[in-house]
Design a protein around this ligand. Structure first.
Ligand SMILES: Cc1ncc(COP(=O)(O)O)c(C=O)c1O
Length: 486
């Protein structure tokens, strides 16, 4: 499939309407004509020079700052720290503008200048440009005012999770570097995203998942023609295995040797949120945490927008959420320590966030502390109740990570970390069709947990889930007899 960038494209018109600014603000574009100061002229000259320099500088160690060349490298040769991409901020500032972005079609490539890819790939899935939904009904149930809460509905990406964003960047670079096999170590959603991206690019896909993963996620990856390898172990075991395979087989593991590029894909969530808010930042951002990459890269995305002169600088509080059966970052936050204790045997229904040894956990912890946010630990029962609540109040069916996010948001409101006047954006990163049973977790023990699970005949009974009536004969009398009328 070709990625559309035409300004006349119908998807573009749809996106422009969806992205209508909430409170429009004046773009910070350079003034046309008029008297210019010497300083302005000097800035213009230097930005002309900057526009000609390469935008992608290379890689750099996040710990010791050592430089590495652009390539399939991910670990520092000197200190074994993680590598990240360095983009030239001055060049970006000279090349990008709100007007140019807004004139482009929908998908993540509208932010090309802010991403570590040279040009828009010719092939690939249509990823991103997902809606930012005003969620008043959910807001009022959890104690936030009208117009204060928005949900970024990333359940609508091609493979139904935000992982399409990170894979799109990693896959584009894997093609540039000449790989023919795309692989990943997955907690579930990444498997489908990697499989589909590889299919669209004509690459081979091999995905490694925990052997006890939800069947819907395994099936999803199989649907795109991938080889799925169930591994008897935790995600952390699979990650270690992937390191070895990447080295021995020369495959592009999107979240291992391609990780510096992969992680940049999460920034596109920040770009879209800011654009959809009318080129400004929210007061609070709530997101789920597994490895911590998404959480920290959304913050980086906001910083990049400020550096590029696309939004005004503003403090944003970052609130992360983890399932309490695998919450190493939330635990460190609660204990007030910098030491993240790995969770050896995650025990949670939230399989997508079950990473016991999070690669970016320390950075996520520091981000929450630095910004006055928090990291919330959420019991599985609360996750399931929040999935049901989100569906019931907003018509949005989330997978378990979305339940953790909504429950984490509610906890932060209750603890006074989020206040009624705050403008809050919560990221709903995966679709519930991949974890269809999770929403019922804990209902047996707590029938009061859901208002629909009482004696109402529409609530089912026996083995039937709440809301599913017993079968009726095809007559109005049978319908009335079953107590289904209003
Ligand atoms: C749906 C969903 N949301 C959020 C995350 C967290 O991502 P990260 O590892 O970047 O913290 C994952 C990770 O697999 C996921 O599947």
């Amino acid at each position: 499939m070709t990625t559309e960038t035409s300004t006349t494209d119908s998807r573009h018109r749809a996106w422009s309407m969806m992205a209508a600014p909430v409170e429009p603000v004046e773009p910070v574009e350079p003034a046309a004509g008029g008297a210019q100061s010497t300083a302005t002229l000097r800035r213009a000259e230097s930005s002309n020079a900057a526009a000609d320099r390469p935008r992608i500088v290379g890689l750099r160690c996040r710990n010791c700052q050592r430089a590495e060349v652009t390539g399939p490298n991910f670990v520092c040769q000197a200190c074994f720290g993680p590598l990240e991409v360095v983009l030239d901020r001055e060049v970006i500032r000279a090349q990008v503008s709100r007007a140019a972005i807004m004139a482009r079609g929908p998908d993540i490539w509208r932010y090309l200048e802010l991403l570590p890819v040279e040009s828009v790939p010719l092939r690939g899935l249509a990823v991103g440009s997902t809606p930012l939904i005003r969620a008043d009904r959910l807001a009022s149930e959890i104690g936030l005012g009208s117009g204060r809460l928005r949900l970024k509905d990333d359940t609508r990406n091609p493979t139904l999770s935000f992982k399409d964003r990170v894979v799109a960047i990693a896959a584009a670079r894997a093609v540039d570097f000449g790989f023919d096999t795309l692989a990943c170590a997955s907690t579930g959603n990444l498997a489908g995203a990697t499989a589909a991206a590889a299919a669209a690019l004509g690459m081979r896909a091999v995905v490694f998942v925990p052997a006890d993963l939800e069947p819907a996620k395994v099936d999803h990856a199989l649907s795109y023609g991938a080889t799925v390898v169930p591994v008897n172990g935790t995600y952390d075991d699979i990650n270690r295995l992937s390191l070895e395979i990447a080295d021995e087989e020369g495959w592009a593991f999107v979240n291992v040797n391609m990780r510096p590029y992969y992680s940049e894909g999460s920034k596109t969530l920040a770009f879209e949120v800011a654009e959809q808010l009318g080129w400004r930042l929210p007061d609070v951002l709530v997101a789920p945490i597994a490895s911590g990459s998404l959480f920290t890269k959304v913050a980086r995305g906001f910083e990049d927008l400020v550096d590029a002169g696309l939004v005004e600088e503003k403090p944003v509080r970052f609130i992360g959420a983890q399932p309490d059966g695998c919450s190493p970052v939330a635990q460190a936050f609660a204990d007030g320590t910098d030491e993240i204790q790995p969770v050896r045997a995650p025990d949670t229904i939230v399989r997508s966030l079950a990473i016991g040894s999070p690669a970016d956990g320390g950075y996520a912890l520091a981000l929450a502390r630095r910004t006055g946010g928090s990291i919330e630990a959420v019991p599985d029962g609360a996750t399931a109740a929040s999935i049901r609540r989100l569906g019931r109040t907003e018509g949005l069916f989330a997978e378990t990570a979305g339940g953790v996010t909504v429950a984490g948001l509610e906890r932060a409101v209750r603890r006074g970390i989020i206040n009624d006047g705050d403008e809050v954006v919560a990221l709903i990163t995966g679709n519930g069709v991949k974890t269809p049973d999770a929403k019922w977790f804990g209902l047996d023990e707590d029938p009061d947990a859901d208002p629909r699970s009482g004696a109402d005949p529409r609530s089912g009974g026996g083995d039937r889930p709440p809301g599913l009536s017993s079968p009726i004969d095809p007559s109005y009398a049978a319908f009335v007899r079953a107590g289904l009328g209003s």
